[in-house]
Ligand binder design. Structure first.
Ligand SMILES: [Zn+2]
Length: 544
């Protein structure tokens, strides 16, 4: 079953009981071998996966190849579904590669000493750029994929001194490195021929039986079912949604030990989003230069509501570079969840039903790394984390019934939010002699205004202003239209401080209170924390 527009699949992983671990891992190892052997056979057919997707992936796979190691028809279908999904993801990347390849090879990314591209290439570059812009329009998810493929191309360039001519040159044969088996190719329930999965709502448990190779490699049913206690959240989701085929997955710890988990997949309907005419407040969010995220709320009368919120991950980048990749990925995901939750909390606190976020297509980075390599790594870490936050935030907004919108960042860091005039940025509040492009402090030169503040704060306010203009214009005309900073309809935002009491105490942008509350996110000591000028007790109470 595929999730429709109004349906959303959610997945929750649960550790299998100890007594089933060895068997589940043996099944995963056997399946992984079959999936990888299938990928070898399927790889020459990559183009066929680029065509329109119809039906489940396993059907596409079994039409092309037979099982490299038959041990049950339904077991093969499940393996084929797993391999087919990998092929479909690769096909999507190949499509992206084909769009960007002419720009990379003929376009602006080439060594300085080479001549400019020949005239005949200009047309193909232009066409490619137009095509790219069209395909990426208002679609930040494709942008993340694209960024990822470009990064892969750049790594290839560093190694080979040229860009790849084909996707297959760039991408080695994909392999499943960590065991994964979806049961979506099987009939499920009592008729399953590879697995039998049943939920018992009365005892709040699920039972899973599965076929597996025994220690001699003979396939048989596992004698006893694995009994899994349903987590509270899964029970709740099951009440409102429908259960989809589960996925068995191997989870590798950084120390190399492994465990088998079962992903419960529940399809729930997306809640209705609030009608635009009922939305009164907007949260504007900016990807920071110094901090990861800055957020601030405005109402539809262009009044700032509450103080800005800075999510600082100080010290994170440097530390991350020294840790192992797998740990990094785990941390990134934890950080992404933390950031998304904080933003949803801010929406709830301020009564915002529209969250406007600076588009991911912004290329700004903290640029704190040393040298080209450091900056590149920094940029890559940043874009990986941002991509993660974006994905999580989008689905969480849907679940929470919030509207989500992406705003273009053009000029948002160089406009005064209070009077709307263009403004310069400086290295610090005290260094006003020279304006710098990425300066962290914004000063408004307008004599009747003179506002100054953290540039990320200004940008977050400006994003909120764009959101408010979008909202009020839509409410007035019934037309959805994106605005830019220079449009006269984008009103300055005022701030009186009255009625702007934030449930969470304000965070200082740079000055960290030392004696008062700092709440570390579990496992994140010194890397991610919420901070406040209130005492720890007060802070913990306010955070719930
Ligand atoms: Zn101003």
């Amino acid at each position: 079953m595929r999730a429709g527009r109004d349906q959303q699949p959610l997945s929750y992983d649960v550790r299998l009981p100890d007594e089933a671990q060895a068997d589940a891992l043996r099944l995963l190892d056997a399946s992984r071998q079959v999936v990888n052997a299938a990928l070898v056979l399927l790889w020459p057919h990559l183009d066929e996966f680029m065509q329109e997707r119809r039906g489940p992936a396993w059907k596409q796979v079994v039409a092309l190849i037979d099982s490299p190691d038959p041990h049950g028809d339904r077991q093969w279908r499940c393996e084929a579904e797993t391999a087919g999904r990998i092929m479909r993801a690769q096909a999507e990347r190949k499509r992206v590669f084909q769009t960007i390849q002419p720009i990379l090879t003929d376009g602006f990314i080439r060594p300085e000493e080479e001549k400019r591209p020949a005239a005949k290439n200009r047309k193909s570059i232009k066409e490619a750029l137009t095509e790219l812009q069209k395909s990426l329009e208002d679609d930040d998810t494709s942008f993340v994929t694209m960024q990822n493929v470009i990064e892969q191309c750049c790594n290839y360039y560093i190694e080979h001194d040229c860009f790849p001519a084909t996707y297959e040159e760039l991408q080695p044969l994909p392999r499943l490195l960590v065991g994964l088996l979806t049961f979506a190719g099987d009939d499920g329930g009592v008729k399953g021929q590879a697995h039998r999965f049943a939920l018992d709502q009365q005892t709040d448990t699920a039972t899973l039986r599965f076929r597996l190779p025994d220690e001699q490699g003979l396939w048989c049913w596992r004698k006893t079912p694995a009994v899994i206690k349903l987590p509270e959240i899964v029970k709740q989701r099951l009440k409102e949604g429908s259960q989809l085929a589960p996925t068995l997955r191997e989870h590798m710890h950084p120390d190399g030990s492994r465990i088998a988990v079962l992903d419960f997949v529940v399809s729930v309907s997306k809640p209705c989003l609030p009608p635009f005419e009922q939305i009164e407040r907007v949260l504007g969010v900016d990807w920071g230069v110094r901090t990861l995220l800055t957020a601030t709320a405005c109402d539809s009368a262009s009044q700032q509501v509450g103080r800005p919120f800075f999510l600082d991950t100080g010290g994170f980048d440097g530390r991350q570079a020294r840790t192992r990749r797998q740990i990094d990925e785990l941390r990134n995901q934890t950080l992404a969840h933390l950031a998304a939750n904080v933003l949803l909390l801010l929406c709830a606190v301020h009564g915002c039903s529209l969250l406007c976020m600076e588009s991911l297509k912004t290329l700004k980075s903290t640029g704190r790394g040393k040298g080209v390599r450091g900056r590149w790594r920094n940029y890559r870490n940043n874009s990986t984390i941002r991509g993660g936050i974006w994905r999580i935030l989008r689905y969480k907004c849907h679940l929470a019934g919030l509207r989500f919108r992406s705003e273009r960042p053009k000029d948002t860091s160089h406009t005064c939010p209070r009077c709307g005039q263009p403004a310069h940025t400086y290295r610090s509040p005290t260094e006003r002699a020279e304006a710098v492009k990425w300066g962290r402090w914004l000063w408004c030169e307008n004599p009747t205004c003179g506002w100054n503040g953290d540039r990320d704060y200004a940008a977050a306010l400006n994003i909120a202003r764009l959101g408010v203009t979008f909202l009020t214009h839509l409410q007035r005309t019934n037309k959805a239209q994106a605005f830019t900073m220079t449009d006269p309809l984008v009103k300055p935002v005022s701030y009186t401080g009255a009625g702007a009491v934030l449930l969470l105490p304000p965070t200082g942008p740079r000055t960290r209170p030392t004696s008062s509350g700092k709440v570390y996110y579990p496992g994140w000591t010194r890397s991610a924390f919420l901070q406040s000028s209130s005492s720890k007790e007060t802070f913990l109470r306010l955070c719930g």
